[in-house]
Design a protein around this ligand. Sequence first.
Ligand code: SF4
Ligand code: SF4
Length: 418
Amino acid sequence: MKSTNAENTDSMNTDESPCPSINSSLSHCAPVASRDLLTSCVHCGFCLEVCPTYQLSGDENNSPRGRLRLWREEAEGRLAEDPWTVNYTQDCVGCLACESACPANVPYGEILEHTRHSHVATGRTRVKPLLRLAAALSARPAFFNMAMFPVRALRRLGILPHRFLFGGSPALAVSTAGYAKQLMEKHRPTGPRVALLTGCLMESVYREINFATVRVLIANNVQVFVPGNQTCCGAMQEHLGLDQVDRLRAQNRDAFSAMDVDAVVSNSSGCGLAMKKTLAGQKPVRDVLDFLGELDLVPRQRRDDGTRVYVDLPCHLVHGQKLDGIPSKVLDATGYRWELAPQARDCCGSGGVYNLQQPENAREILARKSSFLNGAAGEPVILATSNHVCMMQWNSAKSGDLVRRPFQVRHVIQLLDE
Ligand code: SF4
Ligand code: SF4
C-alpha cells in the first residue's frame, strides 16, 4: 500500500503554528481538535480489524488508533510536526468504520475533519488544483449544472468517457425542482411533506436518480418540495479540508430550516450525513430509503427472470448516519431477488474523493471487495447501493481486470422506480 502522498509538503513544517492546536475554539484559525476529543481513545484496538487502510498495510500508524496517537502527540508537543503524520492522515478513507467499532465512542470523524482542515489551513497539505476547482464549481450549483451539460448529454447517448461514469439517461434541461413541481401538480399527494436535497454532482450529472426519487416518493403519496436556493452539502469540501464548508452549511440552513416539512430527505448517504450536521437541532434529515421503510410502500411486481441484486451498504449510511442498513422491506418492494453483498458494511474505497486523491489505495480496497462478482450467481447481476459516489467507484471495477463479467450498477431507488 502506498502511504506517501505527492500532495503533501515534503519537508517538516517547523514554523510555529498561528493557532494552538489543542484546547482552542473549533471555530477559529485551524484547530486540530480539543484535548477531550484527542484523549478519548483508550487504545483498545477494536477498531484495527475494521480499518481498510490497516488491513491493506498492516501499519499501526495507518490505523485509527495510530492516527489518533500521532495527532495527540503532535498536539501535546511530544512529536514534531512531521510530513508522515500528514501522509497517514491523507491515507485515511474517512469511512468511519472505526466509529462503529469503538467501545469508547471516540468521535473519529469529527477529529479527522478538524485535523484535515488544520493541515490545509497551515499549508501542511496542498489540495490538488483540479480538486480545488471541482470543489469551487460544485459550490455553485447553477453554474455546475451548466458546465456538466455535455456530460449529461454523453450519458444520454450512452457514451461514457471515464470509468467512473455509469450509464443512465438524465434530463438535459429540466431540473429536479421543475420536475417535482410538475408531478406534484399532476398527482396531488396528500401524505407526509418532505424537502429533497438534490446535491451538486447528483443534480448536474446523475439527475435521473433525483427524478426516480421524486417519482417513488410521490407514488407513495409523499409531498415533495425542492427548495431552489439550496446548494452543495459541503461533504466534498469537508473531506478536502477546505474553508467553504461553513458557507455552504449556512446557505443550506437558510434554504431548509424554515420549510414546513416533516423531514429533509437525501438519496445520497454522504450528502445525508453532511446535512444531518448542517440541520442538527433544526430539522430531521432522513435517508430516503430509511424514510420509505416507514411507509406502506407500493411494491413492484415480483421478478423471476434470474436477475440477482447484490446490495452494498455505503459507509456513510451505516457508520456515518448509524443506520442498520437499507430496510429489507424497501429491498423486498423492488420485486427483485436480492441479498447483501459479501462484506456489505465494509468500505468500497470511494470515500468522497478518496479515489481521486489516493487512486492506488482506493483501487486495492475495491479489488478486495468486488472480487465476489466474478463468481456471483444470477444473470444479469446488479450491484445496488444508495450513494452515487459509491456507484461511481463500483462502476470503475468494470475497467482493468477487477470484475471480468458484465454487471449493472444501480441506486436502490431506481429499482423501486422501474
Ligand atoms: S475512517 Fe476508515 S480508513 Fe479512516 S481510520 Fe477509520 S476505519 Fe480506517
Ligand atoms: S476502538 Fe476506539 S478506543 Fe479503541 S483504539 Fe480504536 S479509537 Fe481507540
